[in-house]
Ligand binder design. Structure first.
Ligand SMILES: [Zn+2]
Length: 258
């Protein structure tokens, strides 16, 4: 179950890659013996602002490894204002558990913020007062038969979610179940929680909180844990790259006669 990922080692590698890529790494909190870290940059006239996060569940290593790999590749466009949270739950990664060491599922904690990790994240977001164009969260699912994603946004944009699914499909199968995680799904795309129903949800995931207060668009990627780790990492990398490229050039297919 444990991913053989040690948080100190992971964070050391991430900091080293972020330094080399010209990012600042800021400690925004502390989870027992581990620092909570965010990488940020400051472009003069950013084309987009993006919040990127992984590792809120300690038994889902592919997202954190995908962010590390993208950082090592120098992929993060210096023209975009990034806030990159590579590991929201280091004590969970240390124990190989979904929850943090105190037994709290951090991704159900964003309405009432009982955990120090959640409070530190929310305080940092309140302090920076950033409004993002998009927030991307990288997760894994032990029960799914393939990749799927959640999309929550102000207005319906039919193409983005399916463009991401199409890009990932050569690397991972898509879970085409009609219902996933209790929500109706269509070809791997879930659009739960119309904004009007937010007040009735007691246990907010991170992305509902971000959607409520900090971003126009929230995307959550889910890779199937039963598949080999390198393929899951690759699935996240392809999903992130496709989403960001589409946000930079949403109508590129109209620009070129293809
Ligand atoms: Zn998760």
């Amino acid at each position: 179950m444990s991913a053989d990922l040690a948080p100190h080692d992971f964070l050391r590698r991430f900091v080293s890659a972020a330094d080399a890529a010209g990012f600042r790494v800021v400690q925004y909190g502390q989870a027992d013996e581990f620092p909570l870290l965010v990488a940020e940059n400051s472009p003069a006239s950013p084309r987009l602002g993006i919040h990127l996060s992984a590792g809120i569940h300690g038994d889902e290593p592919a997202g954190s490894l995908a962010l590390l790999t993208l950082m090592q590749q120098g992929w993060f466009d210096a023209g975009i204002a990034w806030h990159i949270f590579p590991l929201l739950n280091p004590t969970g990664m240390d124990s190989g558990t979904r929850e943090n060491r105190a037994g709290l599922d951090l991704n159900r904690d964003y309405r009432h913020a009982a955990a120090e990790e959640t409070r530190a994240h929310q305080n940092w977001l309140a302090h920076t007062r950033r409004r993002y164009d998009a927030a991307l969260a990288l997760h894994e699912d032990w029960e799914s038969r393939g990749f799927y994603l959640y999309e929550v946004r102000e207005s319906a944009e039919p193409d983005l979610g399916y463009a991401i699914l199409q890009a990932v499909e050569p690397f991972l199968p898509i879970d085409r179940s009609p219902e996933i995680d209790g929500f109706p799904a269509r070809d791997g795309l879930l659009r739960p929680h119309a904004d009007a129903s937010l007040a009735t949800v007691e246990q907010w995931p991170e992305q509902l909180f971000l959607r409520q207060s900090h971003t126009a668009l929230s995307l959550t990627f889910e890779t199937p844990s039963a598949f080999p780790l390198p393929r899951r990492v690759l699935g996240h990398i392809v999903a992130v790259k496709t989403a960001v490229n589409r946000l930079l050039a949403p109508h590129i297919e109209d620009t070129f006669d293809i």
